[in-house]
Design a protein around this ligand. Sequence first.
Ligand code: NAD
Ligand code: GLY
Length: 359
Amino acid sequence: MKTLNVALADRSYPIYIGEDLLSQPALLQKHIKRKEVLIVTNDTIAPLYLDKVRSLLAGYHCDAVVLPDGEEFKTLEVLNRIYDKLLSERFSRRVTIIALGGGVIGDMAGFAAACYQRGVPFIQVPTTLLSQVDSSVGGKTAVNHPLGKNMIGAFYQPQCVIADTSTLNTLDDRQLASGISEVIKYGLINDSEFFDWLEANIDALKMRKPEALAYAIERSCQDKADVVAKDETEQGVRALLNLGHTFGHAIETGMGYGNWLHGEAIATGMVMAADLSARLGWLEQAALSRIQAIFKRAGLPITGPEAMSAQQFMDLMAVDKKVQDGVIRLILLKGIGQAVISDDYDPAKLQQTLQYFQG
Ligand code: NAD
Ligand code: GLY
């Protein structure tokens, strides 16, 4: 097992990464102060892992709420089912909420924990590659609104993250690729050495070679933890973690939540950001080609959805959280491993990119 640390003063917490961590009761129990636990999961993950997690908590007052599976259920209405369970079963403010699942469950359970009785502890048990390398770390929690992704939420850090890499064995290839998209993101943002490693090891990741997966998860978590420690609430450098997200969130919202997976949408989004960076003369053509190639090899989309027009992109991008004074701030690239946040780009070039990627 590898242990990393998210350094946030009195809210610091460990990330445990390794095989079969869900067979170790002590690891989970030491982060639960009172023996009151609500596990939040969904109807795909429950048959696979709920009993296993429950068995770690023998002697605890432990209940579970099983939500419907899917990004389209990441809503305030479905979130309310967690509060219904907490209140009807009289859980006190000493309850610990365990998020057992991918990013949708992690974001929802974390938001529920942030709000229930003004805040109760929670633990992330991520079960997708995407959630193990990204969403379980850093304390962003949210639900979607019909007008925008993740628009209702809070920053709220977990007590710990337990990433049991054995759970990835039941994940399908499309979901695995979606997670690889976020892994590539770290290489592009500020870790060109990792990008080189990914180019050499992308096939090993797709084939789920355990050493390759373990290395990619550790390095991604370390890269993310370093950024979060510098800027927990995204006043500056953390915005770089949103590379590809302004375009990608527009795709997810425009295509209907759940139709494009998050990692798929941001893969195309990152290629769009790279395309715009190249049009601006900030990124060399050779680097753009490498970026297109690695996403393609990972089995991810690198062209926009046929159903979306440039105008629809613009309308949806205008509600992005990074918009300031009506200007869309974008994460762009000055090289592989050199992401920058900018509102100082030629809007005509943005239009060219949107037109190039529209259906
Ligand atoms: P997801 O939570 O929808 O999980 C993907 C699918 O895999 C679901 O059908 C799920 O039931 C299934 N699944 C989960 N674990 C499994 C397992 N071990 N075996 C088999 N099936 C399994 O999607 P995701 O890709 O994990 O997360 C995407 C979400 O994360 C989006 O809502 C996105 O906005 C959010 N996100 C949040 C952050 C953050 O910082 N909070 C960062 C990135 C993404
Ligand atoms: N996934 C972006 C962030 O955590 O800031």
